[in-house]
Every structure is written in structure tokens, then in C-alpha cells.
Design a protein around this ligand. Structure first.
Ligand SMILES: Nc1nc2c(ncn2[C@@H]2O[C@H](COP(=O)(O)OP(=O)(O)OP(=O)(O)O)[C@@H](O)[C@H]2O)c(=O)[nH]1
Ligand SMILES: [K+]
Ligand SMILES: [Mg+2]
Length: 523
């Protein structure tokens, strides 16, 4: 395809662009290939491919057309014409649904690029970029489209569709409008000294009337901004459900050496993804694989075995990585060898306490107990798995539980060798994953999509957090009486601009540049 690409410096926003939009490449045969052309020259290009005098298809209706290049037939294709602005990009768009063989696709692409020199091959995401530029979608919807195009699971698809529909955009827009209204009131209060618009005549003493009026307007603004802030805080306290759906729920397998962590990893992967051996300390790096549990994307991690002491520097590094992974996990599968229960519990107890209540990722020394810090782990995010159940005589395992038992989401006896207990464990793990994202766009809530204003990216969270911070400062300043109104108003302006950045109402070129490069060519 590179032959169609032109020098980046020559790219113009009003060029007519074209691309193979149906995925794959011109070198791969498919049943049908869709070639898309967007820009002012699109209808002319279509006409140059058909015999002279052939009319353009009726807008938005499919028509069968014979395509020619240099008087040789290229293909018999289904052709669609979407005159702008009623098209995906907002420009004139032509779609050619051709037979997907290499000869046809390459022939048609060559004909488009060569015959008239009217168009150039599109850059990655350029069609979407035009849609955004022409006001067909906002940044949130561009992000949703990117998510939809890369969705692996049901929940990711539903969430992306919901955001594409504009649910999230509506929420942020309405919040921003409220802030701007508040700002307008604040400015009226600021101007009030020289402004007679509040009808002082209604009051016997104009000065008293003025002050009363001013206070009541201001009081109303303060109340509205406070309830707006509460709405935002509710959205922020969503346990990151939307982000979990989008990014995947991180599940770390943690435990002492030889507990069978890699064996479980392989059972869940349904292949030999990790090395299993009877040598303790086999796994050193953190291994990851993606699982679909109940329609939710999960990232499963196998980690190095943790123990209290080791002289091996590589093993120490492995343990450090295991800790870092576990501290960032959303769920932990803590595993012990049932035949070595007591030793396992002692280690796990300590490890879990550290992972749940502290983050050890920055510690050079595993033995250092870090200061309590943020961790994505919450009580109920640890499943205790007692492995090698097959080796226990009469299946009785110890009833001793770790001291952190309050934090446990369940205790499971399994065998990675006989696969006993695996299904039961997996069912429970799946339920736990689902409960983590409940309220996000799962199929049921999508139907009754009343709310659905979930944050789906860290970028959104950051801006909403900044807006809330500005509203907190507003609250403080506004309580100082009308004396600090102008400073308070500035905070409203700041909060509005933070929200504007989410939808792209306020400058977001850098966000978009990054986003469009993630798109495939043809989208
Ligand atoms: N009998 C029995 N053996 C098991 C079971 N699960 C794992 N093993 C064995 O236990 C040994 C250790 O297994 P691994 O999966 O390598 O253990 P690990 O926890 O990943 O070990 P490190 O990576 O060294 O921390 C291997 O010899 C496995 O075959 C089980 O359920 N039953
Ligand atoms: K091992
Ligand atoms: Mg291992």
C-alpha cells in the first residue's frame, strides 16, 4: 500500500482521500473489500471509473456498477454515494464494495490513485479526523470509536457503543453548561456595582436592595455549584468500573515458590504458556495473558514465588516484580501448596498484608514494609487457592486461615494436575470480576441505559478531578462573602475548561494526534 502514500508534508486537509477500509491489506484476498473515498473529488472519481454518461447512484442507495480502468473492466461492484454533509466524514463520500481478490483491490486502488490524480491514500484515522473536524463527532466519540474498533469482549463493545451514542458527552456538556451559567451569574455579581440591571427601584433603599439582590443571586450560584460538585464526586467514586471494562481487570497469581502458580496460569491459558518445574524459583518475570471471563476482559499475571529470604539477586528482582504487579492488581489469586500449608500461610499472610495495605513497588528491599499508600486492591479482592489437593490423604486440608481472612473473597481447594475444583474456582473468579464491573455497560444495564455516564479513561478522570478541585476552591472562596467573587469566578472558569477538554470543546489537538495514530488506515 505504501506506493500510494505521499510525503507527510504534502498532506492537505482538503485533499480527497481514499483507502481500503475493510481491513487486511491489498495483498490479502477477502470475499468483499470496501474502498472508501472522501472529499470533493469523490463523485468525479467514481464517474471516471464508470463508462461515460453513467449517472451517480441515488444518494445512500446501493447501485451495481461496472468499473473500468484504461478501458479494461476492473470489477462489478456495489457502489454507494453519500453526498456531504450526510456522510461519516461530513464530506462527499463514495464507497465501492468490490470483490476482495488481490487483483481487483489493487486494480481499483491503482485506478483511483492514477486515473485522475485527484486523490491520495489516507493516513491512519484520517477519515475519523475529518468526521471530528466537521463536527460529526466529539473527542469522546472518537475515543469510543477507537475502543469499538479494538473491542475484544462483549462488555468492551457495549461500553464503547454507549459512549459512541453520546451518553458521556451529554453528561459533560450539561455539567459544563451549568458551570458557564454559574460563571455568568458570578460575573453579573462582579459587575453589579456599576450595573443597574437588578431593578433597585423595587426597594425603598437602593443600597439595601442592591445588597440583598446580590446576596440571593450569589447564594443560588453557590448552592448550584455545590450540587454539581456532588454529581461529579459520585461519578469519580465509581470504583473505576468503566476503566476496568476498557483496560481489563488485572488478576495476579501470588504465592510462595512451587505452590503451582505457573501450573494454574497454564490451566487457565489452556496451553503451556509458563515454565512449570519442581525447582522453586522457576518463574522470574511477570507473565501476562488475556482472558475473557463472563464477557469481561481480564489480564492474568503469573509471578515469581515469594519467600522471606533469598540470596539469589535474580530471584529478589523477581519478587520485587511480583510485588509491584500484585500492588497494581484489581484481584489477587493467592496460592499455597496444601501439603505445605503452614509455611505457605505464614508467607501469604505477610505478603497480602503488604499488598493490600501498602504498595511495595518502590521499595528496593522486599523486607521493607512500605508506608500505607494508594493501592487498587480493596478488601474482598483476594481469593485463597489451596493447590495440590490431589496429594492430600482423604482430602482434608487444614482449617487454618490467614489472619487477613477478612479480606478474602473465598477459599478454594484445587488441583492443577487432576483439574479438580478448577471449574468451581473459575465460576467464583468470574462472579468476582463481574461484580467489579457491575454498573458498567453490561448487556442488561445497556438496555436500561439510564445512567451510563461512566468514566472510561484515566484522561477523563483527571479532568473531572481537576474540575472538582476547582469547585472545592470555589466553595471556600465563595464563603468569604462577595469580596472574593472574582477569584471564585476564576475557579468556575477553570472547572468549565477542564470539562471542555474532555469532549474537545476546549483545545485537545495533542489528545487527538495521539488517538488518530492508533486508528487503522481506512477508518
Ligand atoms: N501433585 C500436584 N503437583 C502439582 C500441582 N500443581 C503443580 N504441581 C507441581 O508443583 C511443581 C511446581 O509447580 P509450578 O507451577 O512451577 O509452581 P510455581 O508456583 O509456579 O513455582 P515458582 O515459579 O518456582 O514460584 C511442579 O512440579 C508441578 O508439576 C497439583 O495440583 N498437584
Ligand atoms: K517451580
Ligand atoms: Mg512459576
Amino acid at each position: 500500500m505504501n506506493e500510494y502514500l505521499v510525503d507527510n508534508n504534502d498532506l492537505l486537509e482538503d485533499d480527497t482521500i481514499f483507502a481500503l477500509s475493510s481491513g487486511g491489506s491489498a495483498a490479502q484476498a477477502t470475499a468483499v473489500a470496501i474502498i472508501r473515498i472522501s472529499g470533493t473529488q469523490a463523485p468525479a472519481i467514481l464517474q471516471s471509473l464508470t463508462t461515460p454518461g453513467t449517472p451517480l447512484p441515488k444518494p445512500r442507495y446501493a447501485a451495481l456498477r461496472k468499473l473500468y480502468y484504461k478501458e479494461q473492466p476492473l470489477d462489478q461492484a456495489l457502489v454507494l454515494y453519500f453526498p456531504g454533509p450526510h456522510s461519516f466524514t461530513g464530506e462527499d463520500v463514495v464507497e465501492l464494495h468490490c470483490h476482495g481478490s488481490r487483483a481487483v483491490v489493487q486494480g481499483v486502488l491503482e485506478a483511483i490513485s492514477d486515473s485522475s490524480k485527484l486523490a491520495r491514500y489516507a493516513e491512519a484515522g484520517e477519515f475519523t479526523q475529518r468526521a471530528w473536524r466537521n463536527g460529526k463527532m466529539d473527542v469522546l466519540q472518537v475515543e469510543a470509536l477507537a475502543d469499538l474498533l479494538t473491542a475484544d469482549t462483549n462488555s468492551q463493545r457495549l461500553q464503547a457503543l454507549q459512549q459512541l451514542e453520546g451518553k458521556l458527552s451529554e453528561t459533560y456538556q450539561s455539567w459544563r453548561e451549568k458551570l458557564i451559567a454559574g460563571l455568568a451569574h458570578a460575573e453579573a455579581v462582579i459587575d453589579f456595582g456599576d450595573d443597574e440591571r437588578f431593578g433597585d427601584d423595587d426597594f425603598e433603599n437602593p443600597e439595601v436592595g442592591r445588597r440583598l439582590q446580590q446576596e440571593s443571586v450569589w447564594g443560588g450560584v453557590i448552592d448550584q455549584m455545590q450540587s454539581l460538585r456532588k454529581e461529579m464526586e459520585v461519578q469519580l467514586s465509581d470504583q473505576r468500573r468503566g476503566e476496568l471494562v476498557r483496560e481489563g481487570v488485572r488478576i495476579s497469581i501470588l504465592g510462595p515458590p512451587n505452590a503451582g502458580k505457573s501450573s494454574l496460569f497454564n490451566v487457565l491459558a489452556q496451553r503451556d504458556a509458563a515454565i512449570v518445574s519442581d525447582t522453586p524459583g522457576t518463574t522470574r518475570d511477570v507473565l501476562e495473558l488475556t482472558l475473557n471471563l463472563g464477557g469481561v476482559k481480564c489480564i492474568l499475571q503469573d509471578t515469581a514465588g515469594v519467600r522471606t529470604e533469598t540470596d539469589d539477586t535474580i530471584e529478589r528482582e523477581g519478587m520485587k516484580r511480583a510485588f509491584a504487579a500484585a500492588s497494581q492488581a484489581d484481584l489477587i489469586v493467592s496460592m499455597i501448596d496444601s501439603t505445605d500449608y503452614q509455611a505457605g500461610i505464614t508467607i501469604l499472610d505477610r505478603v497480602l498484608t503488604e499488598c493490600i495495605h501498602t504498595v511495595g513497588a518502590d521499595d528496593d528491599d522486599y523486607d521493607d514494609t512500605g508506608v500505607a499508600d494508594v493501592s487498587s486492591l480493596t478488601p474482598g479482592s483476594v481469593l485463597l487457592v489451596r493447590n495440590k489437593y490431589d496429594l492430600l490423604s482423604n482430602g482434608s486440608s487444614s482449617s487454618l486461615y490467614p489472619a487477613t481472612t477478612d479480606d478474602l473473597a473465598g477459599i478454594f481447594d484445587i488441583s492443577c494436575v487432576t483439574q479438580e475444583g478448577i471449574d468451581h474456582f473459575l465460576d467464583n473468579l468470574t462472579s468476582l470480576v463481574l461484580s467489579r464491573v457491575s454498573g458498567a455497560a453490561t448487556s442488561s444495564s445497556f438496555q436500561s441505559s439510564g445512567e451510563g455516564a461512566l468514566i472510561t479513561r484515566a484522561r477523563h478522570r483527571q479532568h473531572v478531578t481537576c474540575a472538582v478541585d476547582a469547585l472545592k476552591r470555589f466553595d471556600f472562596l465563595s464563603r468569604q462573602g462577595t469580596i472574593a467573587v472574582d477569584m471564585a469566578a476564576e475557579e468556575l472558569r477553570l472547572a468549565a475548561s477542564e470539562l471542555g477538554r474532555i469532549t474537545g470543546a476546549v483545545d485537545v489537538e495533542d489528545v487527538l494526534d495521539k488517538l488518530f495514530t492508533d486508528f487503522c488506515i481506512g477508518k
